[in-house]
Design a binder for this molecule. Structure first.
Ligand SMILES: Nc1ncnc2c1ncn2[C@@H]1O[C@H](COP(=O)(O)OP(=O)(O)O)[C@@H](O)[C@H]1O
Ligand SMILES: [Mg+2]
Length: 237
């Protein structure tokens, strides 16, 4: 049985797409992009929707068959996102069924789903289908407000909050707040990923965790992504 890891958050800019990309690479997973606007993981991968004759995701939904993931060098196999996802008209249950069926057909151990920020049918469907739900967050007030909300609403999901872009000296009050938020719930707090300024200006499409050798500036982040992938495997076992 294929397992699904969904990467979700109420907020954009918390590092969902970057984490989905790297964790997918580390797990040898198929990466499914369910974002429907510009700065998506598909673009980072090198996919240009405007150069393609047909929309892989929409064609799959229309013809009720699993899309065939695109393959690349030193980056995860990808089902690219589509701007038409915004009003595809499926409910969360239909999304969950679709994603579970596709995952079964790909015959991979893992599928990683990058989701659109905020609440939507596809995000809820991905969460419902997931064996592990990763929730990246900055250790900042607004980011933690959004985590508080998702923990309150979805604590029964197999959720792991991932402190992301963590500064060298982590802010103690925010860490304490995060601990208090998940206290008494099954929600776990996962492997922290350090803030690495090089990540935001990087132009390479290959996964950081697939670079050989790992550039020095990226070592700490790559170590984090690898440990996070191990946590996903353990938690989803
Ligand atoms: N660990 C990190 N350290 C520094 N910058 C990061 C890190 N992870 C992601 N970023 C940068 O933060 C921005 C938002 O990341 P992204 O993965 O696109 O978030 P989201 O998918 O939640 O909108 C991007 O510019 C990305 O390169
Ligand atoms: Mg994103």
């Amino acid at each position: 049985m294929a397992k699904i890891c969904a990467v979700v958050s109420r907020k954009g800019g918390v590092g969902k797409s970057t984490i989905a990309y790297e964790v997918a690479q580390c797990l040898g997973a198929v990466l499914v992009d369910l974002e429907w606007d510009g700065g998506s993981v598909s673009r980072a991968w090198g996919y240009r929707a405007e150069e393609r004759a047909r929309d892989v995701l929409m064609a799959a939904i229309e013809h009720d068959r699993a899309p065939r993931p695109l393959t690349g060098f030193r980056k995860p196999d990808l089902v690219p996102g589509s701007p038409e996802l915004v009003d595809v008209g499926l409910d969360p249950e239909a999304w969950a069924d679709l994603l579970t069926t596709w995952a079964g057909e790909w015959g991979r151990e893992w599928v990683v789903i990058d989701t659109h920020p905020g609440a939507s049918a596809s995000t809820h469907g991905a969460m419902a289908a997931a064996n592990v739900v990763l929730v990246p967050t900055g250790l900042r007030t607004r980011d933690l407000d959004a985590v508080e909300q998702i923990v309150a609403e979805a604590a029964d999901y197999p959720m792991v909050v991932v402190p992301n872009m963590v500064p060298r000296i982590p802010p103690a009050p925010e860490i304490k707040r995060l601990g208090a938020m998940v206290h008494g719930t099954p929600v776990r707090v996962g492997v922290p990923i350090p803030h690495v300024s090089k990540i935001a200006t990087r132009k390479r499409r290959m996964a950081m965790s697939a670079e050989d050798p790992t550039p020095r500036a990226l070592e700490d982040a790559v170590d984090g992504y690898r440990r996070l992938a191990e946590l996903v495997k353990e938690y989803g076992a």
